[in-house]
Design a protein around this ligand. Structure first.
Ligand SMILES: [Zn+2]
Length: 96
C-alpha cells in the first residue's frame, strides 16, 4: 500500500512531468489542493494541555491551564478527537 507521503511525492513528480511546477494554471492549483488535503491525513500529535504558574503583583501564585491544541490550525480543542473539527487535520493523542 502506498503512504500519503509517497502519494504526495508522486503528485509532485506528475506536476514536474507536466512541466507546470510554477504555473498559476487551474491544473496546478488542483494539484496543490489535493496535496494540502492529503497532508492533513498524515497524523500529527495533538499539542497537550499545559499548566503554567506565575506570580501576581501581590505574590499570589496564579495557575493557568491551556486546552490541547491542533498542531495545524492551533485551535484549542475541548475534546480529544481523531480529526480536528476546524481544519480536518488527523490527530494523534500524545501518550503520557
Ligand atoms: Zn486544526
Amino acid at each position: 500500500m502506498i503512504t500519503w507521503k509517497e502519494a504526495i511525492s508522486d503528485i509532485d513528480y506528475i506536476r514536474h512531468l507536466a512541466d507546470i511546477d510554477n504555473c498559476k494554471c487551474k491544473e496546478n492549483i488542483t494539484l496543490d489542493m489535493a496535496i494540502n488535503a492529503m497532508k492533513k491525513e498524515i497524523p500529527k500529535e495533538l499539542m497537550p494541555s499545559k499548566l503554567t504558574e506565575e506570580l501576581s503583583l501581590l505574590d499570589y501564585k496564579i495557575y493557568d491551564i491551556s486546552l490541547p491544541q491542533c498542531p495545524n490550525c492551533h485551535t484549542a480543542l475541548t475534546t480529544y478527537t481523531k480529526y480536528c473539527p476546524y481544519c480536518g487535520q488527523k490527530l494523534i493523542t500524545p501518550v503520557k
